[in-house]
Design a protein around this ligand. Structure first.
Ligand code: MMA
Ligand code: CA
Length: 145
């Protein structure tokens, strides 16, 4: 980030309707789409599907989600690959993964969702089919003016 002197304000911003946390902006997409269409929808807005780097980031996002729904995030196992891949090339780190108990559980489920399971409001990850339409979350860097 640019250095600021005592007098100089540094302004950072997110598009209207996006949520702001730290250096990122987040958009909860209410439309249901396949995983690859969800990612295209984000990239059409100069964003990408949500990459979860910390539990704090996940907790901030899930405060704004509806427990009735599952949301695609930017983690998948592409056809040719055996390991999980974040859309922005962040290395997949098992110690910063927040899978529900028993997940991932199905090699045919190659796209990751975040959803709430009982006990009340426990948000976690589930591997799910890529070609079932779901809501999603987009993320982009803030812009510094
Ligand atoms: C669903 C589906 C799976 C998940 C299980 C957990 C029945 O399948 O969401 O991805 O692993 O539920 O019970
Ligand atoms: Ca699963």
């Amino acid at each position: 980030m640019r250095l600021s002197t005592l007098q100089e304000k540094v302004w950072s911003c997110c598009p209207k309707g996006w949520k702001s946390l730290s250096s990122k902006c987040y958009f909860i997409s209410p439309e249901s789409r396949y995983w690859n269409e969800s990612q295209k929808n984000c990239s059409g807005m100069q964003a990408h599907l949500l990459v979860i780097n910390t539990k704090e980031e996940q907790d901030f996002i899930t405060q704004n989600l509806n427990e009735q729904f599952a949301y695609f995030v930017g983690l998948s196992k592409p056809e040719s690959q055996r390991s999980w891949q974040w859309v922005d090339q962040t290395p997949y780190n098992e110690s910063a993964a927040f899978w529900h108990t028993g997940e991932p559980n199905n090699p045919k489920e190659r796209c990751v969702t975040i959803n709430s399971r009982k006990p009340p409001s426990a948000w976690g990850w589930n591997d799910a089919p890529c070609d079932h339409p779901l809501k999603s979350v987009c993320e982009m860097m803030k812009i510094y003016l």
